[in-house]
Design a protein around this ligand. Structure first.
Ligand SMILES: Nc1ncnc2c1ncn2[C@@H]1O[C@H](COP(=O)(O)OP(=O)(O)O)[C@@H](O)[C@H]1O
Ligand SMILES: [Mg+2]
Length: 420
C-alpha cells in the first residue's frame, strides 16, 4: 500500500512525499521537486527535507499524529471492514487523514472522502447549522454530520478519546462540517468536543475544561486568544492551527512531542526529561519553552490534569518561530471514570530511574547550564506567588467548588516546592 502526503502552502496543497508500507516494512521519501523547492517546509520538525530514502519497521512517527483515533477510528474501521490493531493504522490513515489538524493531509484520503460525498448526493448545498443544532444533536444533525464527512459518530481528522466534530463557521455565523466548506467562505475553525462517556463524571470533566483554560490564561500560561466556551454539553474550542486572513486560510504546522521523539504508535511513554529535551532541540527559544513546559506541569500537578501523555503536548511553527502550541486538553482528568493516572513523569536520567517529585530535584537534573538553571529557578520561584492564588482564581473562573476544595492540598504542595 502507498500514499502521497500533501502539505498546505500559499493557498494550495502540494505533493510532498511518498510513503510505502508493505509486509511490516515502511519506506518513504520526499518528492524530488518538493525537496528542491521547499527545503524549509518540513513535514516534521525533526525530518530535514532532502532526497534520501528512509526505511523503518513502522510508519514515520509524525504520521501517527494523523492516524484516526477514538470515535472517528471506530467509524472508519467499520466502513473499511478492518479489525482494530496496529496493522489497521496505515489503511485508516489512507482513508481518514483527508482533513487533519495541522497542515499535512493524505491525497488518497481526500479521494476516499470525495467518493463518500459523491455517493451521498444529498450532502450538497446543505444550509449551515447554529450552535443550538449542535447541542441538540437531532437526528437531522447526525445525518448532516454523516454526509458532511463521515462525522456521524465522531470525526476522523482529530485525535483523542472524546467524540469531536471539526466545524467551520461561515461568514454568516453558521456552522458546517469542516471538510465541506470552501476556504473562501470560512470565518472561524472550531472543534466541538463532547463528553468522553455518559456518566456524570464525564460531564463534570468537560464542564470544567473551559474554566480550567481560563485559569491557565489568568495565571500566564500560553493559551489561545479565543478561549473555549461551553454550550450545553458541547465544548466549542477555537482552533489555533488555522488562521483566517483577508478571506484566505492559513494552515500551521502542528506536531506532537511524541512525533518529535520519533515514537511510532500510541502506547509509548517517554519520561518528562526526554520530552523537555525534544522540545529544546527544535524550539526557537529553548529557555522560554522549557519554562513554559514546566509551568504547565506545575498546573497539571496542582490541578490534577493527569492525562499528560505525549500527544497532549505539541509544537507549532508560527511566523517563523518554533514553539509549544497554546495549551489544550487541560481538564480535571482525575475525575475521569477510567481513572487516568498521571501518564508521564520525571524519572532521574541515570541508572536509578527514580521518579523525582520535587521541583528542586527536577531542576538539578535538567541538562542545562548553571546560568539557565538559575534563571529557571528564579522564574519558578516567582510563579509560586501566582500558584498560591490558584484557589481564588479557580473559584472566580467558575471551577466547581468541590474540585477547588479537593485540590487545595495539591496546590499547597506545589507552592511549598516552588518556594523552596
Ligand atoms: N484549539 C486547538 N487547536 C488546534 N488543535 C487542537 C486544539 N485543541 C486540541 N487540538 C488537537 O486535537 C487533538 C484532540 O483534542 P483533545 O482536547 O486532546 O481531545 P481529547 O480530550 O479527546 O484527548 C489534540 O491532540 C490536538 O492535536
Ligand atoms: Mg488529548
Amino acid at each position: 500500500m502507498e500514499c502521497t502526503l500533501q502539505l498546505f502552502l500559499d493557498d494550495r496543497w502540494i505533493d510532498s512525499a511518498q510513503v510505502e508500507f508493505r509486509d511490516g516494512r515502511c519506506q518513504w521519501d520526499f518528492e524530488v521537486m518538493y525537496a528542491v523547492e521547499h527545503t524549509h517546509d518540513p513535514l516534521s520538525l525533526v525530518e530535514p527535507v532532502d532526497t534520501e530514502f528512509r526505511f523503518g519497521r513502522a510508519l514515520p512517527a509524525f504520521l501517527y499524529d494523523l492516524v484516526p483515533q477514538g470515535a472517528g477510528r471506530r467509524f472508519l474501521l467499520g466502513e473499511l471492514k478492518l479489525q482494530d490493531g496496529p496493522d489497521a493504522d496505515f489503511p485508516l490513515l489512507c482513508a481518514g487523514a483527508f482533513n487533519p489538524i495541522g497542515r499535512i493531509r493524505v491525497a488518497e484520503a481526500v479521494a476516499y472522502f470525495e467518493s463518500h460525498v459523491r455517493r451521498h448526493p444529498g450532502a450538497r448545498g446543505l444550509p449551515g447549522m447554529s450552535i443550538d443544532d449542535v447541542v441538540e444533536r437531532s437526528a437531522d444533525f447526525k445525518e448532516r454530520m454523516y454526509l458532511h464527512g463521515m462525522l456521524g459518530t465522531g470525526t476522523t481528522g482529530v485525535q483523542g478519546a472524546a467524540p469531536k466534530y471539526l466545524l467551520t463557521r461561515d461568514r454568516n455565523g453558521l456552522l458546517h462540517g469542516d471538510a465541506v466548506l470552501p476556504d473562501a467562505q470560512a470565518a472561524q475553525h472550531l472543534i466541538a468536543k463532547l463528553p468522553r462517556g455518559n456518566t456524570a463524571a464525564d460531564l463534570k470533566v468537560l464542564h470544567n475544561e473551559a474554566a480550567y483554560m481560563r485559569v491557565a490564561a489568568e495565571i500566564g500560561i500560553r493559551t489561545y486568544g479565543q478561549l473555549p466556551s461551553l454550550h450545553g454539553d458541547v465544548l466549542l474550542i477555537p482552533r489555533f492551527d488555522r488562521r483566517v486572513r483577508d478571506g484566505r486560510v492559513e494552515r500551521l504546522h502542528q506536531e506532537s512531542v511524541a512525533s518529535l521523539l520519533g515514537l511510532s504508535g500510541f502506547d509509548q511513554r517517554p519520561d518528562l526529561f526526554e520530552v523537555v529535551a525534544a522540545i529544546r532541540r527544535v524550539a526557537t527559544d529553548p529557555h522560554a519553552e522549557t519554562l513554559e513546559f514546566i509551568k504547565r506541569d506545575v498546573l497539571n500537578l496542582a490541578m490534577r490534569n493527569t492525562d499528560n501523555h505525549a500527544r497532549n503536548t505539541a509544537m507549532q511553527l508560527i511566523d517563523g518561530r518554533q514553539q509549544l502550541t497554546p495549551l489544550f486538553d487541560f481538564a480535571p482528568m482525575y475525575l475521569d471514570p477510567e481513572l487516568v493516572p498521571r501518564t508521564l513523569r520525571w524519572y532521574r536520567p541515570d541508572a536509578t530511574r527514580i521518579e523525582l517529585t520535587e521541583w528542586g530535584d527536577v531542576l538539578a537534573a535538567l541538562p542545562v547550564g548553571a546560568d539557565e538553571r538559575l534563571r529557571l529557578g528564579e522564574a519558578l520561584g516567582r510563579f509560586a506567588t501566582q500558584v498560591e492564588r490558584l484557589p481564588d482564581i479557580m473559584l472566580a473562573q467558575g471551577v466547581d467548588h468541590d474540585i477547588v476544595q479537593f485540590l487545595t492540598p495539591a496546590i499547597d504542595t506545589q507552592v511549598r516546592q516552588l518556594k523552596a
